[in-house]
Design a protein around this ligand. Sequence first.
Ligand SMILES: [Ca+2]
Length: 324
Amino acid sequence: MRKTATCMFPTWELQVVICYGAQMMWKNLALHSNAHDLRRNATDLGSALDLLSEVRIFQILRRHFFMTSGFKKKSLKWSMSLLIAFLLCFAAGLSAMAASDDLVFDNYDRSALADFASSNAGAQWTGGDAGKSATLDDNALKLEYGSKGWFGTGGGIDASSYKYLKITIKGAAGGEGADFDLNYAVGETVKTIGKNFADLSGAAITKDFQDIYIDLAANEIDKGIQALHFNFLDGKSGTIWIDDITFTNSNGAAEEEPAKESAGADDSGETDATTDDTSSDNAGAEANPKTGDSMNLTLYVTMAMISGLAALAMVYKVRKANRD
Ligand SMILES: [Ca+2]
């Protein structure tokens, strides 16, 4: 029994290491790939390998720890159980944190419209001039539109796990939501929603920045959404500013956004309650996009390292217990 157990270890160890290596490779591919389907498949495969690694570690413990002399050492058994419980809680906590991250599609926090790298946003391209001009103004996108103008922005994002599209927007006159349609694209395929922005969101654009939420499922917007198109209607002209476009799972119902400092008017209706973490539209706030952010990589590496080290420590302890 002891001999069998001892020579089994390298095989199990190797399998755990291979599983972790493979899952990290697939998850990185998922993070950095531009193809939607590839991202989804790589994410699923990475998660499956992750699970397999955990199962392998548990099998090592069950086969070689609880069935050998180590079983008699109660304190050791308890410490192992606590360690596993801790790791599970830690992994679950990290997953929950990752799931609550908003995906910043674009925050326009930069000096050149096409310089996406500096704003750490999910968007990778823009097109159109809204009919007159598309410029950056105080870390917001300023669209001066004329009849039949358009503006589009897109990138290799995966917004499939989000419920809402949040657009922080204001207009020069208010009520600009009736002047344009918001359409979108899945890959290269443009989808027409067929509603103007005001009807789509159920909210009116005002002269102050506000967060307007669009329920993706309720509006039958495809989960593969990777680009937004602002199509300005015939005979309409005006100016809008977009401070931030984000995919999120919270519609901010219980939260009030602090109004962004705007030149001049500051109406009394907007309370200045500074609440939770949703102040990503503030010029100084750091973006935390789910896609393309090195934080995710750090997350996976940390998880893999902790689990890997724990597995090695357990193997070492069991070997030692077998030798005794
Ligand atoms: Ca901004």
